[in-house]
Design a protein. Structure first.
Lengths: 403, 522
């Protein structure tokens, strides 16, 4: 027996020592190489590029993987298996170039191609917007106080005629995008709900350099609005804003009987109603979507539902209704507004329109976004516009509509 | 009819210990100090092989206990509460017949945990990295019921059989949005056998299964209010599956086998136990609406324990050496949400999987020595001991190769004096431990959302240095009746665990606990 014990104890010791050997079994982490072949517009060469950044963002986890360069225009990013949005951003001395590929499935070694284009910048920018909405003192969701402030960031007078405000059909909480991803399809984005705009003669709605206008969904003093339209009780809500002096409002009385219009504030024209209309808010849902400010040649002709070139049904899925498509080249400014929840961060807009995304820390928290100041030129404030909302905006800002 | 007989048999296993009274052969001293008595007189006491309970030194007794404990303080892990309370009601008993011995008990626990967050699990393995969590403080209530029983049968002198069964079921819930309700169950059953190979040596073996099931469900009553539900995948890497509700079901199964070499002479005894265990837990989220796999935890564990005991005069010496190695691998399933264009319904489809998403190699060990000085009644009047524990853990989280490594040691000592006051006893125990981190390292990208809120704080506590001290006063008073003697007891205890490191957030923090209870033994 003694011999047996003497023999088994060293065996037990060996068993433990063997189990503690470091390093074994750790080499099988699942990582795949995604090769990203990029190209530049004809007017540019790789010698013009002063900085480059290629990133793959996991749609489910939000984790970003940076690529390393193999040769001019060829990058490799090592990612865990999943669905990705891939952004390619290049800087030249006088222009930013960007491209994006959405819904890239990586479950083995694979490659994609991205064509970078000139990033859009324009004189009209969204200076501030508020879409998260707020809570009433009774802790109910209050959904009538959204607004967008548009600013002339240039040194010349601009005109809002033929400009439109819209939200993308793809909301931030969309699980599966049914608009395809071919280059032809990716030249425009579908919008839905209410599309509101300025119908004029081309010079009806001027906006001077350094000036802004506020578009309210409902131009009321929301701090003293009745929470329940059926009652006359007024409660003070410090969580919201006074929009009674907004420059424009989006009157949807025709579609929602409980909407309270402000007769002293001019209305934008509802120029299109693609898809399903939101009954409680005009601009964005609380969980986010793409916010689009575009300027077309003729807003009435462009948005006419009989204009089949601009109204397209989803190439996939069961929804056969046509949606108004806004061409990227017409977009003045656009922002990917998403939710703090990572699974609700589908970006509807490509990098050439907005290379970033932005969100508040919670829905209905009464917080908005304000654009950062870049510089002041002869007393005129110039706001930062790098085409990346994550860089250009201060998130979680108390709304301060500039009347 | 056969089924009824089986049920009656199982119930009898549970009921017998409590239905029997102590026989006159049992000494008053042995029953009043039954925990010490059973430890000192059976070197296999507490072993997982149920056949060894045939060697219990007391023929029969049962005890009923009601106790209450509470704790408060800022020195605690971030997924634990800083204010807890527990009400416990338990019964426990043993009974030996000529060829069969029984041991078993039941426990009911009603506990509260104030301001707790970051972990929705109840009985899921502590080493399982795939937990569900939220980041909002909640006040939890937990109700728990345990039932355990075992018997040993000696049909012939050379051979003994036994069966052990443990059942644990409980519910944890809170009443604040997002409301969590977690229901869990663990069940273990293992038959055992030991064989007498010589006059002083027995060889034993046991093997069994562990069944685990847990269901966590978040819901929100207030409309429009959403929360973040974190689907964790190790070291705080996560997905935020936010919304108004979330549901997870975890099912697990484990197998284990242990062999024992038992050697007993009148003054010497030794038990060597070598164990192997394999367990798995798999999470499925979403309930009936969809199914998303939340990770699979696999652990292969080997362990060894040796206890050596010898008696010389009034002195009883016990040396115990334990070591265990956990080899943990967490599998993550890469899934894609696929929408059926015809129906519009979506489902998650597994596209790939990584069996090395989370790897942990963990080794634990302990060495202890206990010395008892026996009084004339054969039970200890003095008990003292020292112990040293260590744990070494190496974790890697992929594909980013995040890692966290640490080695902790803890040394402790205790002393217990039992006073004989007429026929009653009064015991005073005091002890303390000193825990020290010998080495640690951690690496995680700053871009990880929960790195500073969860991963680093968890690691800070795991590697924190502290000391603890405790004291316990207990008494037992015999009540001599006409037919049998029973015993009424009471105890009070208090402990404190105090941080002694350099982190500002834990500076001058402690976790203090106190408790007390009454028991009745017969």
């Amino acid at each position: 027996m003694k011999k047996f014990l003497l023999s088994i104890l060293p065996l037990v010791a060996l068993l433990f020592m063997g189990a503690c050997t470091p390093g074994d079994g750790n080499d099988g982490a699942k990582v795949y190489k995604l090769t990203v072949n990029t190209s530049l517009p004809e007017a540019y060469s790789w010698d013009d590029v002063t900085s480059e950044n290629v990133i793959a963002r996991n749609q489910l986890t939000g984790v970003e993987f940076a690529a390393y360069k193999m040769s001019a225009g060829v990058y490799v990013v090592e990612v865990e298996p999943g669905e990705y949005n891939v952004n390619a951003l290049f800087e030249t001395a006088d222009m930013n170039l960007s491209g994006q590929k959405m819904n890239v499935s990586v479950y083995n070694e694979s490659s994609i191609s991205i064509s970078a284009e000139e990033s859009l910048t324009s004189p009209l920018v969204i200076k501030e917007f508020y879409s998260a909405m707020c809570k009433t003192p009774a802790n109910k969701n209050y959904m009538y106080d959204q607004f967008v402030e548009i600013y002339n960031n240039s040194a010349f007078t601009q005109y809002l005629d033929n400009c439109l405000l819209a939200r993308t059909e793809i909301a931030a909480n969309t699980k599966t995008v049914l608009w395809g991803s071919t280059p032809e399809e990716m030249k425009a984005v579908a919008v839905s709900s209410y599309v509101a705009g300025w119908v004029g003669n081309g010079k009806t709605y001027p906006i001077e350099p350094g000036q802004s206008i506020v578009v309210a969904f409902q131009a009321q003093n929301h701090t003293i609005m009745s929470d329940d339209p059926a009652t006359e009780e007024i409660e003070v809500n410090p969580n919201t804003v006074d929009l009674s002096k907004a420059d424009y409002e989006i009157d949807i009385t025709e579609y929602k009987s409980t909407y309270v219009a402000n007769p002293d504030v001019p209305n934008l024209t509802i120029v299109a109603k693609p898809g399903t209309q939101s009954v409680n808010f005009a601009v964005l849902p609380a969980f986010g979507a793409g916010l689009v400010l575009a300027k077309v040649d003729n807003i009435e002709t462009y948005c006419d539902v009989n204009n089949e070139a601009n109204w397209v049904a989803k190439p996939e899925g069961t929804d056969v209704n046509p949606y108004l498509m806004i061409r990227y080249k017409d977009i003045q400014d656009a922002i990917n507004v998403v939710c703090v929840t990572e699974t609700q961060r589908t970006c509807a807009l490509p990098a050439q329109v907005d290379a970033g995304m932005i969100y508040t820390s919670a829905m209905y928290n009464g917080m908005g976004f304000t654009r950062k100041v870049k510089e002041t030129v002869n007393g005129r404030v110039v706001y930062q516009d790098t085409n990346n909302s994550a860089e250009d905006f201060e998130p979680e800002a108390k709304p301060t509509p500039g009347f | 009819m056969l089924k009824l007989k089986k049920i009656a048999f199982v119930l009898s296993l549970i009921a017998v210990p409590f239905a029997m009274n102590a026989t006159e052969a049992d000494t008053t001293a042995a029953i009043m100090q039954y925990k010490d008595c059973m430890y000192l007189n059976n070197v296999a006491y507490g072993n997982i092989n149920p056949s060894f309970i045939k060697d219990l030194p007391i023929d029969a007794f049962a005890t009923l206990e009601v106790s209450y404990g509470a704790g408060k303080g800022d020195f605690h892990q971030i997924d634990k509460s800083g204010k807890i309370s527990d009400l416990l009601v338990s019964v426990y008993g043993v009974r030996k017949l000529s060829d069969v011995s029984f041991e078993g008990g039941m426990t009911y626990r009603n506990g509260t945990e104030a301001e707790r967050k970051w972990n929705a699990t109840l009985y899921q393995s502590d080493r399982n990295p795939f937990i569900l969590a939220d980041s909002l403080y909640s006040d939890y209530s937990t109700e728990e019921f345990t039932l355990d029983g075992r018997f040993s049968w000696e049909p012939i002198e050379l051979l003994r059989f036994g069966v052990n069964a443990d059942y644990l079921v409980g519910t944890r819930s809170d009443e604040q949005d997002p409301r969590l309700e977690t229901k869990g169950m663990r069940f273990t059953i293992n038959p055992g056998i030991d064989f007498k190979v010589s006059k002083f040596v027995k060889i034993g073996a046991t093997g069994g299964i562990r069944i685990f099931s847990e269901n966590s469900k978040y819901s929100t009553v207030e409309t429009g209010k959403t929360a973040s539900f974190f689907v964790m995948s190790g070291m705080g890497t996560c997905m935020d599956m936010g919304g108004t509700s979330y549901q997870r079901e975890v099912k697990g199964m484990g197998y284990f086998a242990d062999i024992q070499i038992f050697w007993q002479r009148p003054e010497y005894g030794n038990l060597l136990n070598i164990g192997f265990e394999k367990e798995s837990e798999k999470a499925t989220d979403g309930g009936s609406s969809y199914q998303f796999l939340g990770g699979q935890y696999n652990n292969m564990k080997i362990s060894a324990c040796d206890r050596f005991s010898f008696t010389k005069g009034k002195f009883v010496h016990n040396f115990t050496l334990e070591a265990a190695m956990d080899n943990i691998k967490g599998t993550w399933f890469y899934q894609k949400n696929v929408v059926d264009p015809k129906t519009g319904s979506s489902q998650w489809v597994v596209m790939d999987q990584d069996d090395t998403k989370h790897i942990e190699k963990r080794m634990t060990g302990s060495l202890s020595y206990r010395m008892d000085v026996l009084a004339n009644n054969g039970q200890p009047s003095w008990t003292t001991g020292v112990n040293a524990d260590f744990v070494n853990s190496n974790i890697e989280n992929n594909p980013n190769k995040y890692y966290q490594n640490y080695m902790n040691v803890k040394a402790g000592a205790f002393v217990k004096k039992t006073f004989q006051i007429k026929k009653s006893i009064l015991s005073l125990s005091v002890g303390g431990d000193y825990k020290m981190n010998l080495s640690n390292s951690i690496n995680m990208a700053a871009t990880e959302r929960l790195r500073d809120k969860y991963t680093y704080p968890m690691f800070d506590f795991t590697t924190a240095n502290y000391y603890d001290a405790y004291a316990k006063l207990e008494t037992k008073i015999p009540i001599v009746g006409k037919r049998f003697t029973s015993y009424i007891g009471a105890f009070a205890e208090a402990s404190t665990q105090r941080y002694i490191g350099d982190l500002d957030k834990y500076a001058n923090t402690a976790f203090n606990q106190f408790g007390g209870g009454l028991n009745y033994t017969f």
